[in-house]
Design a protein around this ligand. Sequence first.
Ligand code: BGC
Length: 482
Amino acid sequence: MGEVHLHRRDKRARGRPPQPPAVGAIRRHVVWNAGITALGGLLFGYDTGVISGALLFIGKDFPGMSSIDKELLTSVLLIGAMVGALLAGKIADKIGRRPAVLGTSALFVAGVLLAACSPSYGVLLGARVVIGLAVGSASMVVPLYIGEAAPPRIRGALVSFNQLAVTLGILVSYLVDYGLASTQNWRLMFGLAAVPATAMFAGMLFQDESPHWLLSQGREEQARAILAQVRDEGDIDAEITEVRALSQRSSTARDLLNPKIRRALVIGIALAVFQQITGINTIIYYAPTLLSSAGFGHSAALLANVGVGVVNVSMTVVAIWLLDRTGRRPLLLSGTTGMAVGMLALALTFLLGGSQLHGTGAYVAIVGLFVYTGSFAVGLGPVFWLLISEIYPVMIRGRAMSVATIVNWSANFVVAVCFLSLLAALGDDGTFFLFGSLTLVALGYFYRQVPETKNRTLPEIERDLGLPVDAAERNLFTYTDR
Ligand code: BGC
């Protein structure tokens, strides 16, 4: 289908001299592309968030579920996501970005329908793995596809736009969980994700292949015809020359071990680990479970969860607005400080009020949750994804980004799988003190190591990180500016 689409366009392009696209046409194409990104991010957020409310009701169909079974159900998705992120990059290189996105959305549809119809706990577990494969794959392939298709001047904005879509997906899942709480219909909670997944599949059918991927396959004529739809005519030749040169000098996994890029690699990995071990997903996945065992009714717990989702989205909007104004570092440092304050407040309420929260204690706990989540959303949430797209030389950017993404999913898995057991071993107060302390360690690390990238060209960032700056070495690790 995609090829037919391309060839038709190709013939059209060959038959007459290339026409410069109208500004409106470029904008339409870019908006349409952004819509597809939004659906991928939305599904990533929805499918990771929906479990929080569903966990309250799944037990009634599968009696005897232990807290380990619940942890497993939450975290097998993350194993799928690790594998999905690992395979998706390779598949997208081999068969193209477009079929990879189509496959990802088909996997989403299959996984959520299987989850909705699961006759047993085992099948549900399997369905969560399938959904995880799709989530991990979407977290890699959709930004890759969009990044390559987007005009360079708006590529940065689209990266953070993806994080906004993730938080919106989480919020929608919380609203659905809350709306369906009275019917306890956890199957529908899972199944509704089939709607955006189908829309993503259908939308993608009308998209072209990534021009950069076509160039890497030597299919210049097709790439040129597609670029002609989305670029000013004068920019096309330079872009083709650059992409062709880069794809001829493709990097290998060994390039990642080059001591010259070690600092950037370590910073990306550290950000990935800290983004998870400071506990965000213990809140995103488990807040209702936590609140209902602290004495909140199911509805009150799910409503507070919707509050968490709203704070998460709103503060992400604030972050997108501020990132290019105040810079990344002030947001990262103040956000991480706020996270530590929120987490420690939560720990203190449990320490002073015991495991059942009433009156003031319950309110302080909710405020602590909001402060923590809002601070994450304004700092570490978007800044991690943005920085890993900025701090690596272009030659190894794809590989280095996938290392950081896989490490992020792995750390997410470790935290999710341990959380309920940690609660049992250390108590609520001990667990939240642990996360609060790890947040302080993260803050110290960010303060000392993470560079400011606002208004810096990529070669300047390269110099800040001690990366190769002379001409010969630059030749090995070339940056291109956005
Ligand atoms: C993180 C996810 C998290 C989400 C919450 C993302 O940046 O990678 O693990 O669930 O933010 O908004």
